[in-house]
Design a protein around this ligand. Sequence first.
Ligand code: PLP
Length: 325
Amino acid sequence: MEILDDFLGTLGNTPLVALRRYHPDGALLAAKIEFFNPGSSVKDRIGIAMIEAAERDGTLKPGMTIVEPTSGNTGLGLAIAAILRGYRLICTASEKISKEKVAMLEAHGAEVVICPVDVPADDPRSYTKVAERIRDQQGAFLPYQYFNQANPEAHYRSTGPEIWRQTDGRLTHWVAGIGTGGTISGVARYLKERNPGVRVVGVDPVGSVYAYFQEHGRLPSPDELRLYLIDGIGQSYVPESYWPEYIDEVVTVDDRTAYRAVFELARSEAIFTGSSGGAAVHAAREVARRLPAEALVITLLPDSGERYLSKLNDEWLRERGLLDG
Ligand SMILES: Cc1ncc(COP(=O)(O)O)c(C=O)c1O
């Protein structure tokens, strides 16, 4: 019988789809559609991977609580793995988190603690510091995707090999958004081990640090950081989950461009992704436009636009000056 043991059996092996309507001429552009995962995002891959790594090294024991600062997708990835492995989950999140994500987490039995967005990362009210306090007070396990090497390693072990196999090793460019950096880094390391000629391009929101860091080898001054409206990518520091040695170039995308790309992709390919997917697919098309027809550019859509319907509508976009006209 074709019956999976549990829902995690649907993890990975997500489809890779050509985007010939969004980018008709020249190099082929294709996107790995990560909302085919059980929790509908790329982060399902690292939820179970970080839990299994902690079970193996003994930091996570039966019945313990897990606490994680998360913009939502990692929380849901952890929630699915926690349910199936018997752990309780608390997520701390910044006010930027969408209502849909909070509802999703709570529907899966997770507790969500909302923290202010406009405080520095080392402020005791920040969502990372609140998570650390819960860890210390409750003796909980904090996977901490920004430091946990099981995050990029999950992509080295699953996403990277899938892309290599699905393209028959013929891809020439790998273009992906950088949040924790786990996805781009793990995949980049695998691909470059197979073919050092694969070029890796990171995608960073305007106002974040990765593009500046790539160019100058140091962080920008804090007054150069800006708030941006793209969900799930960008950072104000360079975390250990990012492996810069495998990244060749980082390009920036502004909010308006990313949101416009979401709708252009939906209306040309019928693929509805979130704003980080919009940023990635736009940047990947810019890369593909500069290349000869033999090139093969692969990008990744981390999650679905359905998760952001409270933002992906005219009213929300117009209020923030993100609509054309
Ligand atoms: C919606 C979304 N897009 C992109 C990313 C970036 O992925 P990564 O953290 O692997 O760099 C994340 C993760 O934070 C995310 O939640």
